[in-house]
Write a protein that binds this ligand. Structure first.
Ligand SMILES: [Zn+2]
Length: 138
């Protein structure tokens, strides 16, 4: 069984020495981060910049619990979903993983994980990212 990311260029692969991270664009002109990384800065339209690994940790800004699978989604339900503020100044839309979804709350410190989400029609494991409450380990 093979493993592939849900989309190339969104996050580091499991063997990446930088650890679990989102791949954000950083504008060469205004210096702001954006995610997903884009050729053109969404804030100032500059076309210079780089890709940086960000968001190993963050804090929940707001969240909800999805009880019904959206169209095309074959992963488990229910799952958490919301916005996480990253130390780099980004606020990202993300899945939220937790053993106890009732424990999710605004301001909660979370840690990024890259993990299998579901299996595609050919039997490949599809990797995605999620933030999970940070238990302080690692
Ligand atoms: Zn810019």
């Amino acid at each position: 069984m093979a493993t592939r990311p849900i989309h190339e260029g969104l996050f580091t692969k499991p063997d990446d020495p930088r650890g679990a991270a989102l791949l954000a664009g950083r504008c060469g002109a205004c210096g702001r981060h954006h995610f997903p990384a884009a050729e053109t800065c969404p804030y100032c339209s500059a076309e210079t910049g780089s890709v940086e690994a960000v968001g190993a940790t963050g804090r929940i800004f707001l969240h909800t619990v999805v009880q019904t699978a959206p169209p095309g989604y074959t992963g488990p339900v229910p799952y958490g979903f919301g916005l996480v503020d990253l130390p780099e100044g980004l606020r990202v839309v993300t899945r939220l993983a937790a053993a106890d979804l009732d424990a999710l709350e605004s301001g909660l410190r979370v840690r990024l994980e890259i993990a299998p989400l579901c299996t595609d029609e050919e039997g490949n494991e599809i990797l995605s990212w999620a933030y999970r409450p940070d238990d302080g380990a690692a």
